[in-house]
Write a new protein. Structure first.
Length: 197
């Protein structure tokens, strides 16, 4: 019996949404044709019709989650100062996933990069490394006393913090039980302290 899934949207979107949900909740290794069919409540052979394979479906999910982030980083170097620059870098890291508003695009991309097919993960890692290089170059003038290798290490820790601890879903702030610890507000405070502290 099919699992409960989104019954709205185009067939293509329903397949993408189901795959994204599986990636976020269970990881890329749980992503199978049969599982996507069950979660989407569609015939699993439609994956082949629309995407040729699970790899094709993952490539489309990658594009739909990465392109909006890259668009937000387009003017990264134009940010007028340290805090606006940090926010310009970090805001896309907490953006919702393309089809799963409670999930995050970064988590989808991380699953694909870390555990996906090397033909898909290699270009994704290269794209993210390019953004990392731009962030490093843009921040370095604001942190003249911080050696380049130390800045690079701190940026990696900040990017890791943006993913959040496993399981990769929103954690509640233990102080009030409502504010997610992986929110932009908390991430900005952490990044500022990590870079200037």
């Amino acid at each position: 019996m099919p699992e409960e899934g989104n019954r709205g949207g185009t067939t293509r979107d329903r397949l993408l949404e189901a795959a994204e949900r599986i990636l976020i909740e269970q990881g890329v290794h749980a992503l199978t044709v049969r599982r996507v069919g069950a979660v989407s409540a569609l015939n699993a052979t439609l994956i082949t019709y629309h995407f040729q394979s699970i790899s094709g479906l993952l490539a489309e999910l990658c594009r739909l989650n990465l392109d909006p982030m890259v668009a937000e980083w387009r003017d990264l170097e134009e940010a007028p100062g340290f805090e606006p620059l940090l926010e310009t870098w970090l805001r896309p890291l907490v953006r919702p996933a393309a089809f799963t508003p409670k999930g995050r695009a970064l988590i989808v991309l991380d699953e694909i990069a870390a555990h996906g097919d090397p033909q898909l993960s290699a270009p994704l890692l290269q794209a993210m490394a390019g953004i990392g290089g731009r962030v490093h170059a843009a921040l370095q003038p604001h942190l003249p006393g911080l050696p380049a290798h130390e800045l690079a290490a701190r940026l990696r820790f900040i990017a890791g913090a943006a993913l959040g601890p496993p399981p990769r879903n929103r954690m509640l702030d233990p102080r009030d039980g409502r504010a997610p610890l992986d929110s932009l507000t908390h991430l900005l405070a952490f990044a500022t302290a990590a870079l200037r502290g």
